[in-house]
Design a protein. Structure first.
Length: 90
């Protein structure tokens, strides 16, 4: 990742919809850590690094936070999207 890249990082638990959210936003199946170019009205073509981290599970949260890739993604993120299950809000 270059410092001028726009990095969008998706984090959340297992099965909460991280991948589905990414697919719905860009209308296609994308691989993890893929570069997406999109023509945005009024701004022109913009390029994003779309990054989906490993699932955060409470039972192994120490493993997640010790993973240097996950921490690096968050440190370099311009936007962090935390995906929560709808049932979490009743």
């Amino acid at each position: 990742m270059k410092s001028e890249d726009i990095n969008i990082v998706f984090i959340g638990g297992c099965g909460v919809g991280k991948t589905t959210t990414i697919q719905k936003l860009w209308g296609k199946n994308i691989d993890n850590n893929q570069i997406i170019s999109e023509n945005i009205k009024g701004r022109g073509v913009m390029t994003f690094n779309v990054i989906e981290t490993d699932s955060i599970l409470f039972s192994i949260s120490e493993n997640w936070s010790e993973n240097k890739n996950n921490i690096g993604y968050l440190q370099n993120a311009n936007t962090i999207v935390m995906v929560l299950p709808a049932v979490a809000y009743g």
